[in-house]
Design a protein around this ligand. Structure first.
Ligand code: ADP
Ligand code: MG
Length: 342
């Protein structure tokens, strides 16, 4: 386990029982989250970002979703707990106290029949039962103010449907932060919001992080957001990590052809119409028919025989950069030092 890591995820394999049999949705996912830093997880829809979050949170749908291999080591108070093997009771205590999560759609997580105040006060009651009702009320009010909700006294009395999308997301953040988690997992928390509100929420999260020193796992498909707020980036493809690096290193030297494709399809300027941006051709392989070799091979412009025969493993390119491609060093050489455009 890396010494400054609060979470170290090693060879995590998660499977679902489906009508088509057992499918392996995460296959050997490995990365770590340094203390006080933000780690972005990116990749196309269906690559396993949310399942990674659910596995860490112990919130896989039971009995169908299960971690079948691997560890999720959580370092706290001088000891290490493997979240993958905690009992449901212990995991319940971890959620909120140690690790909180905010979701893309706050309506799925907020209770429509309870006021904002009641829901927030409940969190304090659960995690700090010694507090008096008046103290819980006061803390809830302060937390709403902290996340930038105006007229907080009035909002305490309102129901989720009375708030705008941006305000609901702030309430979710307030609830997630109420117990001062060590790790906050954000699963596409700003996707449903308009750009201005999105920017406000991102600013808010960065300043709360500076204040509390928490670590953040930020799941998104928006590389612009990654560039703005993440320290490190994990790129996932078809249930595997294909590349991970410091954010500057990743944007300057993307080394997996898939990452290169993702970056190439990113709009650099508002003036480029989306329609003419390059996209990565082809489709992700079916979970039931994963190839033995590299999972990206069928879409990779640099595919060679070895890619079809043997799965690459995550290799250390340098201390800040790991990549899972047989030919990453050749690809760089070919481009005369320049990254090839996929
Ligand atoms: N409850 C479930 N049962 C079966 N398969 C699931 C379930 N939830 C997710 N999956 C599958 O797991 C894969 C990863 O999903 P997910 O983590 O939600 O992707 P994303 O990267 O878009 O968040 C997808 O192929 C999805 O179909
Ligand atoms: Mg998702």
């Amino acid at each position: 386990m890396t010494s400054n890591a609060v979470l170290t995820i090693t060879d995590l394999c998660t499977e679902f029982e489906t009508d088509n049999g057992q499918v392996r949705v995460l296959d050997g996912v490995t990365f770590h989250v340094p203390k006080g830093k933000t780690v972005g997880i990116v990749g196309e829809s269906g690559c396993g970002k949310s399942v990674t979050a659910m596995s860490i949170m112990g919130l896989l749908p039971k009995p169908f979703g299960n971690i079948v291999e691997g560890r999720i080591d959580y370092a706290h108070q001088g000891k290490i707990d493997d979240l993958a093997s905690l009992t449901p009771d212990k995991m319940y205590q971890m959620r909120g106290n140690a690790i909180s999560m905010i979701f893309q759609d706050p309506m799925t997580a907020l209770n429509p029949v309870h006021t904002i105040g009641k829901q927030l006060m409940e969190v304090y009651q659960l995690h700090q039962p010694e507090l008096k009702k008046k103290q819980r009320y006061q803390l809830s009010l302060e937390m709403l103010e902290k996340v930038g909700i105006p007229s907080a006294t009035q909002r305490m009395l309102e129901f989720p449907h009375q708030l705008s999308g941006g305000m609901r997301q702030r309430v979710m953040i307030a609830i997630a932060l109420a117990c001062k988690p060590d790790v906050l997992i954000c699963d596409e928390p700003t996707t449903a919001l308009d750009v201005t509100v999105q920017a406000q929420i991102l600013d808010l999260m960065t300043s709360l992080q500076q204040e509390t020193g928490m670590s953040i796992i930020f799941i998104t498909h928006d590389l612009g957001v990654v560039a703005e707020i993440c320290d490190q980036v994990v790129v996932m493809y078809a249930g595997k990590v294909v590349e991970q690096a410091d954010v500057f290193e990743l944007f300057d030297h993307p080394s997996h052809p898939y990452t290169q494709g993702l970056l190439a399809s990113m709009p650099n300027s508002q003036s480029i119409p989306k329609a003419i941006l390059p996209t990565i051709e082809g489709a992700v392989p079916n979970l039931n028919e994963m190839p033995v070799g590299c999972r990206f091979a069928s879409r990779c412009p640099y595919q060679q025989d070895k890619c079809l025969q043997q799965a690459p493993i995550l290799e250390l390119k340098n201390a800040e950069h790991q990549v899972s491609c047989h030919f990453w060093s050749d690809l760089r050489a070919k481009g005369n030092g320049q990254e090839p455009a996929v």
